[in-house]
Design a protein around this ligand. Structure first.
Ligand SMILES: [Zn+2]
Length: 162
């Protein structure tokens, strides 16, 4: 705030031009995305991508996409600074592992559902055979139905908790 007041006559440089120690032109490509009050934002991007590459990448994009491009470059650069070996690939591969694990759990749960439905169908058809022999008791048909739904819920919960 105080700095802006002092430099009111001259244009105060954006974070990029300040770091590169150059004059911040009126049409500076960095200025809209790297404000002077966020110096670290450009420092990491410059360290990882290099200012001239960032400049070139932004120039090649239409203006409405530059903000998103800067956000993703800042994310990638920060990840690379935090983790010099894997960068944002570290996050991607850990999420990929989570997807693999969850897909395995989902496949197991779906197999359990199929298994239970088969058991339910088997018990219902055996009931139907019995009811052919006896007087058809409709209460007998509903009892195993609700029971199997309860056991399915319990199995589902135990899967997610582990
Ligand atoms: Zn600038």
């Amino acid at each position: 705030m105080k700095e802006n007041g002092r430099k009111q006559g001259a244009t105060s440089p954006c974070a990029a031009c300040k770091l590169l120690r150059r004059r911040c032109a009126q049409d500076c490509v960095f200025a809209p995305y790297f404000p002077a009050d966020e110096p670290q934002k450009f420092a990491n991007v410059h360290k990882v991508f290099g200012a001239s590459n960032v400049n070139k990448m932004l120039q090649e994009l239409p203006e409405h996409q530059r903000g998103d491009a800067v956000s993703s470059m800042v994310y990638e650069a920060n990840a690379r600074v935090r983790d010099p070996v894997y960068g944002c690939v570290g996050a991607i591969s850990s999420l990929q592992q989570q997807i693999d694990l969850l897909q395995t759990q989902l496949a197991i749960a779906q197999a359990e559902v199929v298994h239970m439905r088969m058991r339910q169908t088997a018990s219902m058809s055996s009931l139907a055979v019995n009811s052919n022999n006896n007087v058809s008791p409709s209460s007998k048909l509903t009892t195993p139905h609700t029971k199997s739904f309860f056991s399915m819920d319990i199995d589902g919960e135990s899967l997610w908790s582990c």
